[in-house]
Design a protein around this ligand. Structure first.
Ligand code: TYM
Length: 331
C-alpha cells in the first residue's frame, strides 16, 4: 500500500478522511509506504522555509494520526531519486493529449495552459512513477485522485504490453463517506489545504475556538432542514463531515436533527470535530519538537523506499534496453 500527500498547505481534515484514515486501519494487513510528495508540491510556488517546516510537521502529524512508524515507511519523495528517473522513462511513453485532458491540470492552469509550468502538466506522470515503483496493490486516496489513478493503470498496462510484465496494476481505495469534502465557505469547490482562504478548511492543528468559528460561519443553504440532497450542497457537506468524524451513517444523523435548527447541528458538529482532533493534536505536541526522531523516521523510510524502488527501476531499465552497468551484463 502506498499513498502520498503534498506539503503544499497545512494538513487538513479532508486529507485525513480522504487518505490517512483508511491507511491507519490497513497498515495492519499491508506493508505500507507513506510519502511526502515534496517534488509534487513544487508544481506551484512554495516559500522554501515554509516548505521545509511543513514537511517535518507532516511527519509528526502522520505519527499523531496513528501511523505506526515501526510498520509504515514514511519518506520524502525527493530523497528517493528513482521517482524522477522512472518519471523520465514514462514521459517518453506519454502522449501530451492524455495530460491535457486531466481535470486537475485544467483547473489549475485555467485558460492560460501555454503559460503553465511543465511540472504542473507532467504531475500525473510523476504520480504514476511514485506508485508503480513499489508495486503497490492499494492506493488510499480521495475522489479527486481518481483520474490520476486511471492514468497510472493505463501507463502500467501500456508499459507491460510493450516491454513485458514489470508493473502491478494498482487498485484505488476511497472512503465510504467524505471522499470529497467541499469548502466550508464554498461548497461548490473541493476543500483544499492550498486554498488561500483558511476558513474553507479545518486544519488538523486548528485550535478549538478556530474550529468553532469556521463551522459556525460555514455556508448553509436556504430552507431549514438538516438533510442531504443536491439542492443543499452546504448542509450535505457538513453531514458528510459529521458522518466521517463520528462513524455514523448520514441517515441516522439526519433523523437525530429532524426538526432542529442549523445552528444546533453546527454547534454539535464543531464539538464532534474538536473531540476527534483533540487526541491527534495532543500526540502531535508530544513529538513535533523532536527533530532527531523525525529525521530518524525519514532516514529509515528513505532507506527502505530506495531499496524497493531501485529494484523496480533496474527491471524497467533492463526491459527497455538500457545497459544495466552490472559487471555480469553480457547482453
Ligand atoms: P493532496 O496532497 O492534494 O491530498 C492528499 C490526499 O487527501 C485527499 N484529499 C481529499 N479527500 C477528501 N476530500 C477532500 N476535499 C480532499 N482533498 C484532498 C487526496 O485525494 C489525497 O488522497 N497527487 C496527490 C499526492 C500524491 C500521491 C502520489 C497520492 C503524489 N504521489 C502517489 C497517492 C499516490 C495529491 O495531490 O494529494
Amino acid at each position: 500500500m502506498l499513498t502520498g500527500l503534498q506539503p503544499s498547505g497545512p494538513l487538513m481534515i479532508g486529507n485525513y478522511i480522504g487518505a490517512l484514515k483508511d491507511w491507519v486501519g490497513l497498515q495492519a494487513t499491508h506493508e505500507s509506504l507513506l510519502m511526502i510528495a515534496d517534488l509534487h508540491a513544487l508544481t506551484v510556488p512554495q516559500n522554501p522555509e515554509v516548505l521545509r517546516r511543513r514537511s517535518f510537521e507532516f511527519v509528526a502529524l502522520f505519527a499523531a494520526c496513528g501511523i505506526d512508524i515501526e510498520k509504515s515507511a514514511v519518506f520524502m519523495q525527493s530523497h528517493v531519486s528513482a521517482h524522477t528517473q522512472l518519471l523520465w522513462v514514462l514521459n517518453c511513453m506519454t502522449p501530451m493529449g492524455d495530460l491535457q485532458r486531466m481535470t486537475q491540470f485544467k483547473d489549475k492552469a485555467g485558460r492560460r495552459a501555454m503559460d503553465a509550468q511543465v511540472g504542473l502538466f507532467d504531475y500525473p506522470v510523476l504520480m504514476a512513477a511514485d506508485i508503480l515503483l513499489y508495486g503497490a496493490d492499494l492506493v488510499p486516496v480521495g475522489d479527486d485522485q481518481r483520474q490520476h489513478m486511471e492514468f497510472t493503470r493505463r501507463m502500467a498496462r501500456k508499459f507491460n504490453s510493450t516491454y513485458g510484465q514489470v508493473f502491478k496494476i494498482p487498485a484505488t481505495c476511497t472512503p465510504r463517506t467524505g471522499s470529497r469534502l467541499m469548502g466550508l465557505q464554498d461548497p461548490a469547490t473541493k476543500m483544499s489545504k492550498s486554498d488561500p482562504n483558511p476558513d474553507n478548511y479545518v486544519a488538523l492543528l486548528d485550535p478549538p475556538e478556530v474550529i468553532r468559528r469556521k463551522i459556525r460561519t460555514a455556508v448553509t443553504d436556504s430552507g431549514s432542514e438538516v438533510r442531504s440532497g443536491a439542492s443543499k450542497p452546504g448542509i450535505s457537506n457538513l453531514l458528510a463531515l459529521y458522518a466521517a468524524v463520528s462513524g455514523e451513517r448520514t441517515e441516522s444523523i439526519e433523523a437525530r436533527y429532524a426538526g432542529k435548527r442549523y445552528a444546533e447541528f453546527k454547534n454539535h458538529l464543531a464539538e464532534r470535530v474538536i473531540d476527534f482532533l483533540g487526541p491527534i493534536q495532543k500526540r502531535y505536541r508530544s513529538i513535533a519538537g523532536d527533530r532527531v526522531l523525525l529525521g530518524e523516521i525519514l532516514r529509515h523510510g528513505a532507506d527502505l523506499a530506495r531499496e524497493r524502488s531501485e529494484t523496480t527501476l533496474a527491471r524497467v531499465y533492463e526491459a527497455i534496453g538500457l545497459v544495466t552497468g552490472r559487471q555480469d551484463d553480457r547482453r
